[in-house]
Write a protein that binds this ligand. Structure first.
Ligand SMILES: Nc1ncnc2c1ncn2[C@@H]1O[C@H](COP(=O)(O)OP(=O)(O)O)[C@@H](O)[C@H]1O
Ligand SMILES: O=P(O)(O)OC[C@H]1O[C@](O)(COP(=O)(O)O)[C@@H](O)[C@@H]1O
Ligand SMILES: [Mg+2]
Length: 483
């Protein structure tokens, strides 16, 4: 790739723009691909890929059939399309690029972890350090401690392949994490003062919004710094990517709690097991853990409203189920039924340091409601409430998440080395891609209850949908409009 511009700065790799001269996005056609390859992103940034990629001389990679991804390869966001529909949004394919922007000895990288814990954080840190070192010979990597505020309020730690060797076996993050404390000016001052030119930011939706603001400030100051987001979300609320690391581990751990609830419920007369799982605004963990377990009789998630009393309500279903089976298990996501809770509890509008709304404990609330109801109708029930949420978050990643973390970290390193910036890396339809921040931050991923997956769940638990036909029609129309 050539550049006509000598004052090179990293480019945004994947923005939906017709002026990048290489690939088309957002349905633009690709008729300009034969133009001179001056890579001009939407933001007017120019990539100058100055050096040859050392990966081609790396003995470990000598067997690889194709050393580099084709610069014109894209990953489609929507893969099932009607023949007449537009081409849709495409992202730049992640992977090693033929030419790189940085030479090894000029790189000063840093890594920060922000937001809530998630299994796999340490693996991503490890693989970033080892990937930078082993693939590109980069030895200067700093760990920023304690989340975003660590950029200006804490000392840094030096990370080497040796120091991170075993960390993937531990839960949590060796760097520490925090909520709040995002002071953009101080963060970018710190990046500038320390001579950092690659910033790897691991975190959830809030973190990616923070990363996007840092990227804007870096651009405004004209710094030659790559800002890369690595998506972390235990509850899978980040859009576009297939799923986040840690999600599989969380589902696996959630099943252990469901197993315990099932054993308790089965062993008692009219035993009821209630398990609360994470999922502030989306119920993916609850959905997948329920589907995987098959011991769950009812799964309640934020996306699907429910009610307790009257025909078609939860209590009616519970009575029927307890009569039939003698026991039952209910899984509830933390954000489910918050409308019902706010009816009977004062709405405090409490928020955490990052501005996320703090919800009341729906597990405790629903357990009490169930007990009250059965007392009223003179049924003896034995209810056990299990809240495994922090236990699920604190475990190390399982095998498949560990491998996934490695791919994510390596894709991030390849993108940064190529001089790309302002993107989050992640799998889109099973292919790793570079996704501009704004695509990740513009909306939240939710369980679509008009999709077949939710129907599968309803059919496996046999629970009521709690929806009347009119609401279902309305939801379908809404969904149709959005696609
Ligand atoms: N809109 C935003 N702009 C800048 N920083 C943000 C924004 N939202 C969140 N952050 C910062 O991102 C970090 C993590 O956010 P948080 O919501 O707690 O976790 P997560 O990234 O896991 O969703 C916090 O330090 C927070 O201050
Ligand atoms: O008590 P904390 O650490 O604020 O975390 C609680 C929250 O963290 C989460 O596990 C995940 O949130 P994030 O991934 O957005 O950080 C939520 O499900 C939960 O409400
Ligand atoms: Mg979040």
């Amino acid at each position: 790739m050539e550049s006509s511009n000598t004052s090179a700065v990293p480019s945004n790799p994947t923005v939906g723009s017709s002026n990048n001269g290489v690939i088309s996005f957002d349905g633009c056609d690709s008729s300009t691909h034969h133009l001179p390859k001056i890579v001009q992103g939407q933001c007017g940034f120019v990539l100058e890929d100055t050096y040859h990629n050392p990966l081609q001389d790396n003995p470990s990679y000598s067997v690889v059939k194709r050393h580099f991804v084709n610069e014109e390869d894209t990953v489609a966001q929507t893969i099932v399309v009607h023949e007449d529909s537009p081409r849709g949004i495409h992202f730049r394919r992640a992977g090693p690029q033929q030419r790189v922007y940085f030479e090894a000895d000029e790189v000063q990288a840093c890594i920060v972890t922000c937001g809530g814990l998630c299994p796999g954080l340490n693996t991503v840190v490890r693989e970033l350090v080892c990937g930078l070192y082993h693939m590109y010979g980069i030895t200067r990597v700093l760990g920023i401690e304690g989340g975003y505020r660590g950029f200006y309020a804490r000392n840094t730690v030096s990370l080497t392949p040796k120091s991170v060797n075993d960390i993937h076996k531990r839960g949590g993050t060796v760097l520490g994490t925090s909520r709040g404390g995002h002071d953009t000016t101080k963060i970018v001052d710190s990046i500038e003062d320390r001579g950092i030119n690659q910033v790897y930011i691991i975190g959830g939706d809030g973190t990616q919004r923070g990363a996007s603001v840092i990227y804007e400030e870096v651009r405004r100051r004209g710094l030659k710094v790559s800002v890369i987001g690595i998506p972390k979300t235990i509850d899978n609320d980040i859009p576009v990517i297939d799923k986040s690391f840690g999600f599989d581990t969380a589902v696996e751990e959630a099943q252990r709690a469901i197993d315990a609830a099932h054993v308790e419920a089965m062993s008692a007369e009219h035993g009821v097991g209630v398990v609360k799982l994470m999922g502030r605004d989306c119920g993916f963990i609850a959905l997948y853990a329920t589907l995987a377990s098959r011991d769950v009789d009812c799964c309640l998630i934020p996306e699907s409203p429910f009610y307790l009393e009257g025909p078609g309500g939860l209590f009616e279903y519970m009575e029927k189920r307890l009569k039939e089976n003698g026991h039952m298990v209910i899984v509830i996501a933390e954000g489910a039924g918050q409308n019902l809770l706010s009816e009977c509890m004062p709405n405090t509008d409490a928020r955490d340091a990052s501005g996320n709304k703090l919800y009341q404990d729906v597990g405790l609330w629903i357990s009490q409601k169930i007990k009250d109801h059965f007392k009223q109708i003179d049924w003896v029930i034995n209810l056990k409430y299990i809240d495994p949420t922090y236990m699920i978050r604190a475990v190390p990643a399982n095998a498949s998440d560990n491998v996934y973390c490695t791919l994510l970290a390596h894709s991030a390193v390849h993108g940064a080395m190529a001089g790309f910036t302002g993107f989050t890396v992640g799998p889109v339809n099973s292919r790793h891609a570079y996704i501009p921040f704004q695509r990740i931050t513009e909306k939240q991923n939710k369980v679509v209850i008009t999709d077949r997956m939710w129907a599968r769940l309803l059919s496996s638990t046999n629970q009521p949908s709690f929806l009347d036909p009119e609401t279902i029609e309305g939801l379908k129309k809404e969904e149709h409009k959005q696609t």
